[in-house]
Design a protein around this ligand. Structure first.
Ligand code: RB5
Length: 147
């Protein structure tokens, strides 16, 4: 899969671990930054990442900040993005099966590396179930056209 990733200063270490894992698993990863622990503003990195996922350049996106919250809120402002904050494997699996989430957000200050790697694996390896869920996603995404 082609995966776009980004973080802020508070998510750098976890992002780097996730990138290494995705590359090991054979995924093509593009890192949109940030690349240092110098304080920065997550929208500067998340917006280009989310746009690249929304326009089909990448299959999925993975974003990390201190909590996972700011990066997910930002990504979800981009039309076409369904970004889920997940710190457990049940949620990561469910958001793929039911919500067809195309971006995952995690918080480096919230979750340990071991759990984060399992969450990532569940997110990348779980398929969308379609069926009744499509109707709900269609209603959700229709908002983007109305507003
Ligand atoms: C940075 O201090 C922190 O606010 C940021 O990483 C993120 O957690 C915001 O939602």
């Amino acid at each position: 899969m082609k995966i776009a990733v980004a973080c802020d200063h508070a998510g750098l270490q976890l992002k780097n671990v996730l990138i290494e894992e995705m590359q090991k698993a054979g995924h093509e990863v593009k890192d949109f930054g940030t690349y240092t622990e110098e304080s920065c503003d997550y929208p500067d990195y998340v917006i280009p990442t989310a746009k690249a996922v929304a326009n089909g350049e990448f299959d999925r996106g993975v974003v990390v900040c201190g909590t996972g919250l700011g990066v997910s809120m930002t990504a979800n402002k981009v039309h076409g993005i369904r970004c889920a904050v997940c710190h457990d494997t049940f949620s990561a699996k469910a958001t793929r099966q039911h919500n067809d989430a195309n971006m995952l957000a995690m918080g480096q200050r919230v979750v340990g590396t071991g759990v984060a790697l399992e969450v990532l694996k569940a997110f990348l390896e779980t398929d969308y179930e379609g069926g009744r869920h499509q109707r709900r996603i269609d209603k959700m995404m229709a908002l983007e056209k109305q507003q």
